[in-house]
Design a protein around this ligand. Structure first.
Ligand code: BTN
Length: 245
């Protein structure tokens, strides 16, 4: 497919920008948007994403999948694996995934992924916008409510440029999307699980109502908690968030 790459100085949200391009009808082109800063960066679960100018990567890609919404189970985890692999190719070590698709380094969250859908415009055709935010140079952050990290602070001996990170991530996401379309989610299960930061840890969901030991994902990408009575509870993506108990 032909790529339609737009790099701009400032945008509300690169996800919103790609969704607009898709709504206008981008044909067979794959829209990609990169911005130097975002004025209304979006995070998962309705949160905002701090997007200071010049420091980080804000990237969104529009992708097409066939087979209707049901084929999308697990897709957001696929993108997490792709970003982790891209960073590892650039020499980053210790990249972890926090279900469903937060990118972690030992010091804290390095990046996040927001997947948004643009309905079935034609029968069976689903357009997906995957938005990826990666902290590259960020040295201080206002309003970020959890420990975070950046490539420059974690790997100070590397000269980080956003171009290099963007190129690696775009390639990895496109390849992963092809693999997912051709082979399904199954081939991503092991690559996801080996980076699972919650594996074997006591974690909680629903404000502590649900507690269990992290035990990886099932074949659809649901997270599995083993509770104290030995039961296995699958947590569906989008349902609730997990944290350390
Ligand atoms: C999360 O909450 O962890 C997901 C954050 C996703 C942020 C990226 S930055 C590029 C793209 N545009 C947005 O508005 N959000 C995503």
């Amino acid at each position: 497919a032909r790529i339609d790459l737009r790099v701009c100085d400032e945008v509300d949200s690169t996800n919103a920008e790609v969704l607009r391009q898709v709504a206008e009808g981008c044909g067979s082109k794959l829209p990609i948007s990169i911005a130097d800063c975002q004025t209304a960066g979006r995070g998962r679960r309705g949160r905002s994403w701090q997007s200071p100018r010049g420091e980080n990567l804000y990237l969104s890609m529009g992708l097409v999948f066939h087979g209707g919404f049901s084929v999308l189970d697990g897709l957001s985890l696929v993108f997490g694996v792709a970003v982790a692999e891209a960073l590892e190719m650039l020499g980053v070590t210790g990249v972890g995934l926090k279900w469903p698709n937060d990118i972690f380094l030992p010091a804290g969250k390095l990046g996040g992924i927001l997947v948004e859908l643009q309905g079935e415009l034609q029968e069976g055709v689903v357009r997906v916008v995957v938005g990826i935010g990666i902290n590259v140079h960020m040295l201080k952050a206002g309003g970020v409510d959890q420990p975070w990290s950046s490539l420059a602070s974690a790997c100070p001996d590397t000269e980080w440029t956003r171009n290099r990170v963007a190129a690696a991530v775009i390639g990895a996401v496109a390849d992963a999307a092809d693999d997912f379309s051709n082979k399904g989610f199954g081939v991503f299960r092991e690559p996801w699980q080996k980076r699972d930061i919650y594996n074997n840890r006591l974690i909680q969901a629903k404000d502590g109502e649900l507690k269990g030991v992290g035990n990886g994902i099932d074949g659809s990408g649901n997270y599995l908690l083993v509770t104290s009575d030995g039961g296995v509870v699958p947590i569906r993506a989008g349902e609730i968030s997990l944290r350390v108990a």
